[in-house]
Design a protein around this ligand. Structure first.
Ligand SMILES: CC(C)=CCC/C(C)=C/CC/C(C)=C/CC/C(C)=C/CC/C(C)=C/CC/C(C)=C/CC/C(C)=C/COP(=O)(O)OP(=O)(O)O
Ligand SMILES: O=P(O)(O)OC[C@@H](O)CO
Ligand SMILES: [Mg+2]
Length: 232
């Protein structure tokens, strides 16, 4: 059973992006609490399986964030299932999960499955375009989404997703105040230690993604930066 409630820092690796063995070893042995494998576009069974097999050389807990049904690969420590709370296209709300459970419902070990209430806040992110994410008007509405996750959907994770851009700390703070009792993940645009520290003071878990591919040394420095900050 993975212990994501006590995580502080994770890397998100994209099966559709190349990473060499040295960089992958440094990321997996960095002291990060976990690796999430996920992305929106170009995710296939084969590239997901290949990345999982490479990460499996290391002891770090590894989770698949399922974004399409063709790429559900067995063998991860756990599976995160995004539920995009601000999806503007209703076909992205429940239909993929119904299809998933139609295909896999009998084989699922539910103790390995965790729903993520997602709030996608960067309109230019691939996931925002795909789901036609509705814009959020401000702090009060962001907090309302967090309360939906906490008290209506009761997802164990609320994921404030700015993928590709650094987020607004005031919005993240509003989400944290509305999301009582669960684990709040923040991800988006972290390129260095200052941003990592700032979000670590607000969010329970800080997710570092694209910078791994642009500047692995900068990515590695975010691990300690996050862990030096007290959990909010
Ligand atoms: C034995 C066995 C196989 C066990 C596994 C059982 C299992 C886990 C079955 C799955 C069952 C199930 C219910 C599946 C449905 C899951 C599904 C398809 C849900 C839809 C998810 C969804 C709404 C996707 C939309 C896009 C999205 C929110 C992706 C999340 C990840 C994300 C935001 C990545 C970052 O992407 P981004 O930076 O925007 O884009 P890039 O890829 O360009 O970086
Ligand atoms: O790639 P970045 O912008 O770091 O975002 C991380 C993660 O939240 C993406 O799903
Ligand atoms: Mg990405």
């Amino acid at each position: 059973m993975i212990d994501f409630h006590n995580w502080r820092h994770v890397f998100k690796l994209d099966p559709d992006k190349p990473i060499d063995d040295d960089a992958l070893e440094a990321i997996c042995d960095s002291g990060t609490d976990g690796i999430i494998v996920g992305g929106t576009l170009g995710i296939t069974y084969d590239n997901t399986l290949e990345l999982m097999a490479r990460i499996r050389r290391y002891a770090v807990p590894t989770v698949l964030e399922v974004s399409n049904l063709e790429a559900v690969v067995p063998g991860f420590d756990a599976y995160f299932l995004p539920l995009v709370l601000n999806a503007g296209d209703p076909d992205w709300l429940i239909a993929p999960h119904v299809a998933g459970l139609t295909a896999y419902g009998s084989y699922i070990h539910w103790e390995e499955i965790f729903a993520e209430g997602y709030l996608i806040l960067n309109p230019d992110a691939a996931a925002a375009k795909l789901t036609k994410a509705r814009p959020v008007t401000g702090k009060e509405e962001a907090k309302a989404y967090a309360r939906v996750a906490a008290h209506i959907c009761k997802t164990p994770i609320f994921y404030v997703e700015y993928s590709g851009m650094y987020g607004d700390p005031e919005i993240v703070r509003a989400c944290k105040s509305g999301y009582e009792g669960g684990t709040l993940f923040y991800g988006g645009g972290i390129t260095g230690v200052e941003q990592a520290r700032e979000m670590a003071a607000i969010a329970d878990v800080v997710v570092v993604g694209n910078i791994v591919y642009d500047d692995v040394e900068a990515a590695l420095m975010t691990v300690q930066a996050v862990k030096e900050v007290n959990r909010p």
